[in-house]
Each structure stands twice: as C-alpha cells, then as structure tokens.
Design a protein around this ligand. Structure first.
Ligand code: HEM
Length: 427
C-alpha cells in the first residue's frame, strides 16, 4: 500500500481515536474477562441499530463509489440479531444516554443517505476495520459470552471466520481503487474520525461504574422501531412480549411474510400498545387508529390488531387485576374496530367461506396458513371502510405463485369474489 493511498491515510488519521476507544473501561473489562453480561448485551443492542441504519443506507445508495465497496456479504446486522436472540431471555434496561447518542448517530447516517456517499464510506471503514480487532477478542468473547460449541451470542465478532485477512485485503484494494481527490479523501477521513468519537461517547456510557439513568427501551425489542416509549413496569413489559409471541404463534402469516422484521414489529407494537394504557380512551383510540392505518396498508389486516388487543387485555388483567380499568380501554378500542369489520362481513359468513375454501385445497397447504380467509375478509372490510390499499397489499402476497399452488390461488380467487359480493350487498 503506497503511503498516500486512501487506506493508509485513513489508518494514520484515525489511529489516535482508535487507541482512545480501545482504552475505554468497557474494553479493558472485556479483555480482563470482567465485563458484565448486561453491558455486553447493551453493546450488541446499540450496534444492532447502527448496523441496521448503515447497511440500509449503503445498500440503497446509488452512488457508484458506494456500489463498488458495499456488498451484502459484508452485512452484519443479521449476526447481531442472532446474537441478541441468544440472550432474548434477559429483560434488561438500557442506558438512556447511550441510546440517545446512538439514535442521534443513526439519524446522521440517514441524513447522509442520498448525497453523503463519502460519509457513509467513512463510517463503513470503521466497522469493517473492527473485524480485525475482533480476531484478537474472539477467545475472550467465547470464554465469557458463549459456553456452547457454536458461536451463538458472539457471531458478530467471528464473522468472515478465518477469512478476515482475505476480506480486509479485498476491502483495502477496492477503497484504494476509488481514486478520490484531496477534498473527497478528507470527507471520508472526517466521517471515520467522527464515527470513532461518537462510538467513544456511546460506549463510555456503558461503564457500569458510573451513575447513569437506566430504562427499558424499544431497541431491545426492535432495532428498527425508532424511538417510541415502552412500559417501564417489568411485569407489563413481560406480558407484552409474551402476547407478541402468542400472536406470532397463532398467526404464522406474520413470520411467513415478514420474517424477522415481522417478529420485531409485533414485539415493539405490543409494548407500545401496553404503554398506551396509561392514557385516556380518546388518545388510545386515535393512536391505535393511526397504527391500524399503517399496518393495514402494509398488508397486516385489522383483525390481527383486534386479536392482539384482546390478548393484551386478557393477559395484562390476569397479571395485574388491580389495573383492570386501565387495560379495559384496549378492549373498548378493540370493540370499535371489530364492530366496523363485522358490520361488513360477519364471522359466521367468513367461517362458511373458510370451510368451502378448505375443501378445495390440500390439507398440507391449508395448515400452512389457516388464517388465510379471515385475513382476506378483514383486508376487504378495511378497504371497504376507506383504507385505500389494504386489500391489494395483502393480495400481492396471497396470490404469489412462488409461495402458493395454482389450486390455492384459484380457491382464494373464488373466496374473494364471494366475500366481495356479500360485502357489496351491505353497502
Ligand atoms: C479492545 C478493543 C479493540 C482492539 C483490541 C482492537 C484491535 C485492533 C487491531 C489489533 C487492529 C489491526 C491493526 C493492524 O493490523 O494494523 C485493529 C484495526 C482496526 N480496528 Fe480495532 N480494536 C478494538 C476495537 C475496535 C472498535 C470498537 C472499532 C470500531 C468499531 C475498531 C476499529 C478498527 C479499525 C477501523 C481498524 C483498521 C485500521 C486500519 O488498518 O486501517 N476497533 N484493531
């Protein structure tokens, strides 16, 4: 590497900040094998929201220079999610300052999306480079945060396996081939320095020896959810998580269609709905209605929200009967949504059509998505009550020939026509 190559300049310009970062109590404790598990989990959560934002912007960026550098094989967000899943039983609070600083950093990353390709490259250099330091930390991480034979819980740090040097050499070559002028090189350097300094501030907050405000945050449930509040009562938060898993189990659609992000949004929405019970009925109605519009136009019919609200009411009341009145507000909102739906297509009608549908398809395919007809009926009601796009966003998936057989698609079409006829007759 010649001395005036981009990567040589980057290394020299960021050395002091790298060394300063390495000297943080967090890393000292990690190396001494005394880093508390809570701090380690908090670190993974913060990294997950940064990687989510950065990898999203890098993959969407149309700038030719970014296209030459970014490749999905370098994505590490999913590894962080796997590691966090390994620790999903730990209901721990986050450090408020660290979360706020990380959210600020993520907003900056998003602001750089269209015109800030060179800034994105500076940030990416820092995270790609961290794979080199991780090699030195692997054994320690394995000893402390993974007792098993695989790499669950620490996979973010062992990605690229024994190919770290190979991946790094390729990255160095691609970065140096960009041939940036002085001003452009400066932009990449400054953003890399800025990234190191922000990470310093963020990770400093994880030093358990200092007094900090801790609270439950949404990032633990869904790194993509932004910054909305969640209940601070441990029991309520736990119920909201259990209910989210119950919905996911009862409605395979959410995972089949949306995968991990379906799980994450079900969890964060559940916590948010629970949090709302502190407010007036009017506020709850307005907020749930807002959520209903967002969900239905993205292909999640309102019947799922209805059932989610019902489960929440039941389970929260069971856990904390003294707050029944507060939780009942969810029930009242649910009734409003349900009444609008059954006024267009009642449950009996839907059941009959569901039975006819079942007889036309194989039991294997029927078992795959037992809620298909109730979902279709609900999406139709949502459309009929004025939510434009509610039906088409479900149908784009329900009629997908890559997922379903021709027999299924034919049977769905027949069911849809029948439902439509009945719904129209109610208008
Ligand atoms: C205890 C923590 C850390 C240790 C022990 C460590 C160690 C190392 C080592 C040994 C290298 C290779 C240096 C070389 O071959 O010249 C390296 C490179 C690098 N590390 Fe770290 N590191 C740590 C934390 C981090 C963190 C948290 C980040 C950023 C998220 C980071 C970013 C980088 C970058 C960007 C490089 C590449 C430098 C270059 O060659 O251009 N490191 N680190």
């Amino acid at each position: 590497m010649s001395d005036n190559s981009l990567m040589s300049i980057l290394k020299a310009r960021t050395k002091a900040d790298h060394d300063r970062l390495e000297s943080l109590v967090f890393f000292k404790e990690l190396i001494r094998r005394s880093l508390p598990l809570d701090s380690y989990i908090r670190y993974l959560r913060l990294l997950s929201i940064i990687h989510w934002s950065l990898e999203k912007e890098l993959s969407l960026c149309a700038d030719e220079r970014v296209k030459k550098i970014w490749h999905p094989k370098r994505a590490r967000y999913n590894l962080l999610i796997n590691d966090l899943d390994y620790y999903s039983d730990y209901l721990i609070k986050d450090v408020l300052d660290a979360v706020n600083l990380t959210q600020d950093f993520c907003s900056l990353i998003r602001r750089h999306s269209s015109k800030g390709a060179l800034y994105l490259l500076g940030y990416f250099y820092v995270f790609e480079g961290s794979t080199r330091g991780s090699v030195k930390l692997r054994e320690i991480l394995k000893e402390n945060f993974n007792k098993g034979k695989d790499f669950s819980g620490i996979s973010y740090f062992v990605n690229y396996g024994d190919k770290v040097n190979e991946y790094w050499d390729e990255f160095v070559e691609q970065m140096n081939a960009l041939k940036l002028d002085e001003g452009e090189t400066e932009k990449v350097c400054l953003s890399a320095i800025d990234c190191f300094q922000r990470l310093y501030q963020i990770i400093e907050c994880l030093d358990g020896n200092k007094e900090r405000k801790h609270l439950y945050t949404v990032i633990a449930l869904n790194p993509m959810a932004g910054n909305h509040p969640v209940p601070q009562d441990e029991k309520e938060l736990k119920v909201s998580i259990d209910v989210a898993y119950k919905c996911l189990k009862d409605f395979p659609y959410l995972m089949m269609r949306y995968g991990t992000s379906g799980r994450h949004f079900t969890l964060s929405d559940s916590a948010w709905l629970t949090y709302l019970t502190e407010f007036s009925q009017e506020i709850i109605n307005t907020q749930v209605n807002w959520l209903l519009n967002v969900l239905t136009t993205r292909g999640v019919p309102s019947i799922l929200l209805e059932i989610h609200l019902d489960y929440l009411f039941q389970e929260l009341t069971r856990e904390k009967p003294e707050k029944r009145e507060d939780y009942n507000k969810l029930n009242i909102t649910r009734d409003l949504i349900q009444n609008q739906r059954v006024a267009i297509l009642n449950d009996e009608t839907v059941k009959t059509i569901q039975q006819e549908f079942k007889e036309k398809i194989t039991s294997q395919e029927g078992d795959k998505l037992p809620e298909a007809i109730p979902l279709l009926a609900s999406a139709m009601c949502d459309e009929f009550r004025g939510i434009e796009g509610a039906l088409s966003s479900l149908k784009s998936w329900l009629y997908d020939a890559k997922i379903f057989s021709q027999d299924w698609i034919k049977a769905i079409l027949e069911a849809e026509q029948k439902l439509k006829q009945i719904a129209l007759s109610k208008k």
